[in-house]
Design a protein around this ligand. Structure first.
Ligand SMILES: [Zn+2]
Length: 140
């Protein structure tokens, strides 16, 4: 086998550009980037979440932090209609949640990650406040 043959097999003969910085690449045929820095930059760019994903994520994280505060508010305010108004004033967005949990009594807890709230006829209660003895699972 000649070196020229090996060169064509293993090393590129045509100039190919780095996928990140577009510098000409030398070396192995399958090489796509100059170095790890260009590879990492390219990876970060191509895996960057879309504006919509970032927007929804921002809303969910804001909702979550408001629900955390709600657990403090409930120490001084327990009326569910007032808690509902409080959430709205804080800018809570009721259109966004991560999942729904079914409580033992059949009600639904609307969750933003590990925080949540429960709708009742007048407003809302924080999900954690539902872990009281009066709301423990019904006997079967
Ligand atoms: Zn590069």
């Amino acid at each position: 086998m000649s070196w020229a043959f090996l060169d064509r097999m293993i090393f590129r003969t045509q100039s190919v550009q780095c996928r990140e910085c577009h510098e000409s690449l030398r070396g192995r045929r399958d090489k796509q980037f100059c170095d790890d820095s260009c590879r990492a930059k390219h990876h970060r760019k191509t895996n960057k979440p879309s504006p919509l994903i970032r927007q929804v994520e921002g809303i969910l994280l804001k909702n979550r932090s408001i629900l955390k505060e709600l657990k403090q508010v409930i120490q001084t305010e327990s009326r569910s209609d007032r808690l509902f108004q409080w959430l709205r004033r804080q800018g809570f967005d009721f259109n966004y949640h991560t999942h729904v949990e079914v409580l033992p009594d059949g009600r639904l807890a609307i969750m933003c990650f590990e925080e949540g709230y429960i709708l009742d006829e007048n407003g809302v209660k924080p999900w954690s406040a539902m872990k009281e003895p009066s709301l423990s699972p019904l006997p079967s």
